[in-house]
Ligand binder design. Sequence first.
Ligand code: SF4
Length: 320
Amino acid sequence: MDPFKFQIITTEKRGTILRKASFGCLSGIPTINITKGCLLGCVYCYARGYKIAPEKGKVYLFTNIPNLLEKYFNSPRKKSLPSLVIFNTASDCFQPHPDILNTTYITMEILLKKGVQIAFLTKGIITERFFRLFSKYSSYVMPSITINSFDKEYVAKYEPNTASPLERIKNLKELINIGIKPGVRIDPIIPFVNDSEESFERLLSKISEIGIKEVTASSIHIRPSIENILKKELSDIHKELLFSYFKTQNWRKIANGPFEKLVPLPLRKKIYERLKVIADKKGIHVKICQCKNPDLKGDKCFSLKSKNRVSYGQLPLFLC
Ligand code: SF4
């Protein structure tokens, strides 16, 4: 992709630098989003439906985040250091633009030097200098990478500006090489789009080849605010498929968040079962995100109840 075809507008962040998440298993954890808007442009992205979301093609970069963080840490009024900061609840900090990456790098470096753990979920490319930084603080970095399909058509339609699946596998390999255990997320699984046996088989084979033993999965949700984006950006056939199973569903509140529609339960169960059977053969354990599947017995959610360092087994299950 050409990041320069997007308009990157530099701006200043106002108010609290470490805003606490208020949804699902992330509740109470301080978060940072380097930008408002995201040039990776996933069609199903909830953040694109937020009232404050910029129009397509525009991304606001908060260049003062490092300064605000330094001020926060030096303030005599601050109560205590957070043990963990989560990036990317509404944008991706690894968008391929040099200024965005630079602000991300400086921000992460400040946190790591202060002994604060960082966690992020990304579909971008993690560049070399981040690996050098992370290798110095490997027990403080908790990355997760989303890979939903190896099908080029899927990526082009649903995640148009993201890193290719092979680039994401490369990210995972590099993280493993520097002693970090990355998480892998398969989310969203979209019925009749990326949920076939062949699709799961191919994806899980690539994941198992690099020694990953666990993935977290969830099917797609829709919110009223992104319905129009999906209708506008998907082809007729994909729109028809997607809305065919949502039309029988009611809007409901999920994980203290806004109203959403879930894929019908019987269909979701079948999909997760299919995924688990294939994963099992490859020695991969599948966790189903409880936050996004409140009507299923999902897997244990994360809760930051203490100020102790978080271990990999306690990794939060991201909503983004
Ligand atoms: S990478 Fe995440 S934040 Fe960016 S467009 Fe995709 S879903 Fe949204």
